[in-house]
Design a protein around this ligand. Structure first.
Ligand code: FES
Length: 457
């Protein structure tokens, strides 16, 4: 097969790409991580790249549908659709790259780790890892006194095979080799995290003897190489709900081969060990007054704890709160607009790190919606007022300009579209529906809820 050279900017990384290979697949093969919310089906907008030099194949039908003329003219393409027709120089925007490490509020996270209640000190180190669909978080703990020696957060590299659980299940089911690829990717990410944590703490990874991993049921099954097809079909049953103990070697971990790995039990197909960890940390079984415990993520788990009983539901809230499915959405990393103020028909914003804006993260979107309601740019039903000074038309829909191309990092207008508002409404509605179902089953109404505990990144 004919091969072409692709150079990625701003990293300067140079790779070889086969003529028939999509740029997204070429990135996957070379471990360059690009956000691909729909798993490379040409149905979202998240894998955008800009061709700076060279000739790619002609735009596909999906690209003509998702990208406006001015974007195509300036070289923007969907990496899951475009293929090289010669050597290329490609600009990979920071907001579409998965390499950034989110900010970590150490002082808050440390408080959430409960006391173990042990009396007998142990030697060696332990690692606790939350294997999320989008993000991973880890702690290195001194087992003799329970102190936390380091913590680290990173993107889950499986995201290049699909941003949400269903895309990843679909990918794993498409062939046994793909299932193995996801398993290996998760194990490799845990290895990387262990090396990072031990490097930060200045300890040998070989001294790690215990590793606890929690994750949603799909992440749990994919890591263990268990069948996942049944998780995508009603009644969404997990292959196992039991806690699992396995050797690190058996799991394919190379960094701490002598360790035992413990996976927290699952409650159901869409309420997994990560929510069990939240319930343990909040001591839900001891809560007497009606309390909602909400773990917001791509899949949001909600529990109602009252009088020693705990009932849980989950809802498909999607990635909008993390910037997914939002035209200029991005994770909360440097360059993300996280605060928006609209006053006297003027838009002001703040970015994480204070630099030029790259996109808008979930907090920025929530701010924007609240401000747009106050400024009567959108009505209570979420519809943009086309007669408002700040509302313009773009590619057949209403948009509000947040940062002009002269100010943005990529030289692109950063806008919030009518479609973005609808995505956020869908996410919020999913969570509210989950809450309503729980309250109804308990014979309660909102005023009966005494406390709400929110977890999530
Ligand atoms: S459009 Fe390319 S990953 Fe969704």
């Amino acid at each position: 097969m004919k091969k072409f050279v692709i150079v990625f900017k701003p990293s300067g990384r140079r790779v070889s790409c086969g003529a028939g290979t999509t740029i997204l697949n070429c990135c996957r093969e070379n471990k360059i991580q690009i956000v691909s919310t729909c798993g490379g089906q040409g149905k979202c907008h998240s894998c955008r790249i800009r061709i700076e030099k060279g000739i790619p194949t002609a735009p596909t039908g999906s690209e003509l549908k998702r990208l406006c003329n001015s974007e195509l003219e300036r070289g923007w393409r969907l990496s899951c659709q475009a293929r090289p027709a010669g050597d290329l120089v490609i600009y990979l925007p920071a907001k579409n790259s998965l390499t950034s490490t989110p900010a970590f509020k150490e002082e808050l996270l440390v408080k959430l780790v409960p006391d173990s209640g042990r009396s007998r000190p142990r030697k060696g180190h332990g690692v606790a890892i939350d294997l999320g669909t989008t993000k991973m978080a880890g702690y290195l703990v001194n087992l003799s006194d329970g102190s936390i020696l380091s913590n680290y957060a990173a993107a889950n590299p499986q995201a290049v095979y699909g941003d949400d659980v269903i895309s990843r299940i679909t990918y794993a089911m498409s062939s046994p080799a793909n299932g193995r690829k996801l398993r290996k990717t998760a194990a490799g990410a845990i290895d990387d995290m262990i090396l990072e944590l031990s490097g930060m703490a200045g300890c040998e990874p070989g001294t790690i003897i215990k590793i606890a991993v929690c994750g949603n049921t799909a992440m749990h099954h994919l890591l263990l190489g268990l069948p996942v097809g049944q998780l995508a079909r009603a009644p969404y049953l997990p292959w196992t709900k039991d806690p699992v103990k396995i050797s690190a070697k058996g799991l394919g971990l190379k960094s701490a081969p002598a360790a035992d790995v413990y996976l927290l039990p699952n409650i159901g197909g869409y309420v997994g060990g990560d929510h069990v960890a939240v319930l343990a940390a909040t001591e839900a079984r001891d809560i007497m007054d009606a309390t909602l415990i909400i773990d917001i993520g791509t899949n949001t788990e909600i529990s109602l704890a009252a009088g020693g009983d705990v009932t849980s539901v989950s809802c498909a809230s999607g990635p909008a709160f993390e910037g997914g499915h939002i035209k200029y959405g991005m994770k909360a990393s440097p360059g993300a607009i996280d605060k928006i103020i609209i006053k006297d028909d003027k838009v002001k914003y703040r970015t994480i790190g204070g630099g030029r804006p790259v996109g808008i993260c979930g907090s920025g979107m929530l701010d924007a919606v609240a401000q747009m309601i106050d400024a009567r740019i959108i009505d209570p039903g979420g519809r943009m007022d086309r007669g408002h000074t700040l509302v313009h038309a773009q590619v057949g829909q209403s948009v509000v300009l947040i940062a002009g191309r002269d100010r943005s990092a990529d030289g692109e207008d950063i806008v919030i579209t009518q479609g973005d508002i609808r995505e956020l409404q869908l996410a919020k509605a999913a969570i509210r529906t989950g809450i309503n179902v729980l309250l109804k089953s308990a014979g309660l109404a909102i005023p009966g809820v005494k406390r709400v505990i929110i977890a999530g990144t």
